[in-house]
Design a protein around this ligand. Structure first.
Ligand code: NAD
Length: 280
């Protein structure tokens, strides 16, 4: 494999998404423009932000100042947890689009189902209208479990294009990933390296030595070969480049299985079934 290009995955409406992107969660707004420009210079063409991250404006500035055509960069944002109401959702979306300043979003997600805040099927119907009105080229969900998705299938029209969920070697999410795939929903893996927690795992350290790559690269490569879409976050230019450099080697089935076996159903973030309340 001499090529080191990022593959694109077709979503269920035909829109294509680069399988590797750059996540900007916890990058302070003042540092976001420079971080995104670094990622774009390193060859990333997919940025994952959210209204909750407070840095949509700076993401948009970087895309506009990069010199790239708008169509060359895939930008995702997410509807905030306090916007589970059709009118509030519409207003929140207008704020995101204004902050980004790059026209319609490529992908727009419901960030968390939040059943105690509002009816996420009503929210999803609002997302369907926003999609129809051209505010996003594709719509999807995040942190949805199988029963959440089943309710959407029963009560709404559009099948989400993606489900963005926590996935890494300690939380492989096989049943949910299989359910997504069965319904034509692409799986996006957040915290793909478990926010750094997997980096000193002895099995992964040994595997990395075996293939002559870093642990982060091996774990990201495992995601790619398991068909997950990933967007690792780093504000360090050398790591941004390292995380991009994963398309010129492959893990064997046996090596992939060794990583699968690390699953411990251990989360970094909250369980979507329990994460229901707005603090306060
Ligand atoms: P991550 O798994 O990408 O880990 C990020 C951490 O790993 C950072 O501390 C970074 O410094 C470190 N790191 C990155 N590359 C490294 C390397 N090569 N070597 C050593 N350390 C390295 O975790 P994340 O940022 O939480 O997740 C990625 C993205 O997923 C976020 O930026 C965000 O876009 C998205 N996300 C979504 C949700 C959601 O609810 N939908 C939740 C969390 C994150």
């Amino acid at each position: 494999m001499a090529e080191n290009t990022v593959p694109e995955i077709p979503l269920n409406n035909g829109v294509r998404i680069p399988q590797l992107g750059f996540g900007v969660y916890q990058i302070p707004p003042a540092e976001t423009k420079a971080a995104v420009l670094t990622a774009l210079e390193a060859g990333y063409r997919h940025i994952d932000t959210a209204q909750m991250y407070g840095n949509e404006r700076e993401v948009g500035e970087a895309v506009r100042e990069s010199g790239l055509d708008r169509g060359e960069v895939f930008v995702t944002s997410k509807l905030n947890n306090d916007a589970h109401d059709p009118q509030v959702a519409r207003e929140a979306t207008a704020r995101s689009i204004d902050a980004l300043g790059i026209g319609p979003m490529d992908l727009y997600l419901v960030h968390w189902p939040m059943p105690a805040v509002g009816d996420y099927t009503e929210t999803w119907r609002a997302m369907e209208r926003l999609y129809e009105d051209g505010h996003a080229r594709a719509i999807g969900v995040s942190n949805f479990h199988i029963p959440h998705l089943q309710r959407l299938f029963a009560e709404t029209e559009v099948v989400p294009a993606v489900n963005q969920i926590e996935v890494h070697p300690y939380l492989t999410q096989e049943p949910l990933r299989a359910f997504n795939a069965e319904h034509g929903i692409a799986t996006e893996a957040w915290a793909p390296i478990a926010q750094g927690q997997v980096l000193d795992d002895p099995v992964l350290v040994a595997l990395a030595a075996e293939v002559g790559r870093s642990v982060a690269q091996v774990v990201l490569r495992w995601h790619i070969q398991r068909d997950n879409i990933v967007f690792p976050k780093s504000a360090t230019a050398s790591r941004v480049a390292e995380n991009r450099d994963i398309f010129d080697f492959a893990l064997s089935d046996e090596q992939l299985a060794r990583i699968d076996a690390l699953n411990a159903d251990r989360r970094r973030g909250p369980n979507p079934d329990e994460f229901n309340l707005i603090p306060g």
